[in-house]
Design a protein around this ligand. Sequence first.
Ligand code: PXP
Length: 238
Amino acid sequence: MPKLSVNIDHIATIRQARGIDEPDPVAAAVLVELAGAHGITVHLREDRRHIQDRDVEILRKTVKTRLNLEMAATEEMIAIALKTQPDMVTLVPEGRHELTTEGGLDVNLLKTGLKQKVSLLQQAGISVSLFIEPDLEQVKASHRVGADMVEIHTGTYCEMRVNRERQEQLSRIEIAGSAARKLGMRVSAGHGLNYRNVSAVAALSGFEEFNIGHSIVARAALVGMDRAVREMLELMKG
Ligand code: PXP
């Protein structure tokens, strides 16, 4: 069975909406691990719109499975990663105006700088994954810059509504994953996966991990609503 790393950014999104201290992603990470997930993923964005530096620092001390830090390949973020020492860094493209990560890295375009950054992180004992489109050129370029792993972007697959188009995307994901493995890289996938579209991707062989965030946090808010309301009503009765 592939592993699940839960992205808890949107627990922090709810906290930041009020600028107070709850819900705490650190507490969420404990519950995620108790439920059996194999890892915790957080994206420390340059604009700090959800996860904060303090979250990453504390999570490094509390996460008992594996901490995957998603970040842009900037000097500032590399310095934070070297200081915090997550188990893995996933390098992603980042745009100020995007609602969420929109596409994969263009590894070819960034290759010289990226190679140095990948190597700097690896020398510090941090394995490095690159978030890329299911595209053979990107797979090969990731190998050339020395990535340990690639995370294949499943966003387009998730957006397809027509079955044939969805199958085409699934097949692109499978081909990219298998090419990456042949080149000796480990392979994960993520973005946009939810309770309806995950099974087909999880059935592909060779994908060792899935990074899933928004749909799990969204489901948690709904399945937890009944208990949350009942607890408030109990207190009001008193
Ligand atoms: N993988 C990467 C590289 C991401 O940037 C994100 C979103 O932060 C995810 C996975 C998780 O995507 P989602 O929240 O849609 O499950």
